[in-house]
Design a protein around this ligand. Structure first.
Ligand code: SAM
Length: 279
């Protein structure tokens, strides 16, 4: 477990994932009934953008920092940018709020969050970051195991974020299997699953496996910040939303082209939505 999200916090992948996450939370809050959120791979919660980790490649400068400087943005980005601003002093960008902080900040008193993080140091930092939120609990455990343990939630409404580090060569297979099994346990749940765009064939096999496994109402929203390079690094990422198209489709139609323009790192930047499985 060498992955530390601090090197990547606030980059283009976080922007795509967290903008979608905030839109889904907003959608869940449109109904008064309480809901549950499971964040299977929580990270440390808050990321100091002045730390050596964050400054090493300065990925946030080509992600969240560009958006904060962009002036007018599509309506779909407003909840996300408001949450990042709320975590920072006025006019500054010194801290990047990771998914558990974004979720905790969006919950109502009747909603609930369980965030899992396997790395003990990151988990301790997350527990400290979430201390002000009484409706948020941290578990130092395997997030895939938690899917089996806590789904379906008693609230019968909820959002599951699966955001693994992709350190292991078989992560796509593990992820696909975990999503299919979780969906069988809790088919009415909303799922948001992040994946890297580094190996197009591997991402396509994952998406095809999800549809073939019977998961319904699944849409992939993908953002390339430059053209794919055969055998090269991560030039983009995607989020697969299950039961989320209703909340995301219209906003993403405006957001993806805007993000491709604003976060471009070279020729070939592009954003697109793809229906993976019908309702
Ligand atoms: N979701 C976070 C966010 O958006 O701010 C970022 C998560 S980061 C991509 C992945 C995290 O998963 C790392 O902090 C890593 O330590 C943790 N991790 C790795 N394997 C795990 C596992 N099996 N279960 C739970 N956490 C794991």
């Amino acid at each position: 477990m060498n992955y530390r999200h601090g090197y990547h916090a606030g980059n283009h992948a976080d922007v795509l994932k967290h903008a979608a996450l905030m839109l889904l939370l907003q959608h869940l809050k449109a109904k008064p009934k309480p809901f549950f959120v499971l964040d299977t791979h929580g990270g440390r919660g808050g990321y100091d953008l002045a730390s050596a980790e964050a400054l090493r490649a300065g990925e946030f400068r080509h992600g969240i920092a560009r958006l904060m400087a962009a002036g007018e943005v599509p309506a779909g980005l407003v909840p996300y940018l408001a949450a990042v601003r709320a975590a920072n002093p006025p006019g500054a960008l010194t801290l990047y709020p990771g998914s558990p902080l974004l979720i905790a900040g969006a919950l109502r008193p009747e909603d609930r969050l369980v965030a899992c993080e396997l790395h003990p140091g990151e988990s301790a930092a997350l527990a400290a970051a979430l201390r002000p939120w009484r409706r948020a609990r941290v578990e130092t455990r395997d997030g895939y195991g938690a899917l089996k343990g806590v789904l379906p939630p008693p609230e019968k409404r909820g959002l599951v974020l699966i955001d693994p580090p992709f350190e292991k060569p078989d992560e796509f297979e593990t992820l696909g299997r975990a999503l299919r099994e979780a969906w069988k346990r809790f088919p009415q749940g909303v799922y948001l699953v992040w994946y890297p765009l580094k190996d197009r064939a591997a991402a396509d096999a994952f998406l095809a496996g999800v549809a073939e496994g019977g998961v319904r109402d699944a849409t992939a929203y993908e953002l390339y910040v430059r053209a794919p390079v055969a055998g090269g690094g991560m030039t983009g990422s995607g989020v697969l939303a299950v039961n989320g198209a209703f909340a995301l489709d219209a906003a993403m139609a405006a957001l993806l082209p805007f993000l491709a323009r604003t976060l471009a790192q070279g020729p070939g930047a592009n954003g697109a939505a793809r229906r993976i499985a019908a309702e």
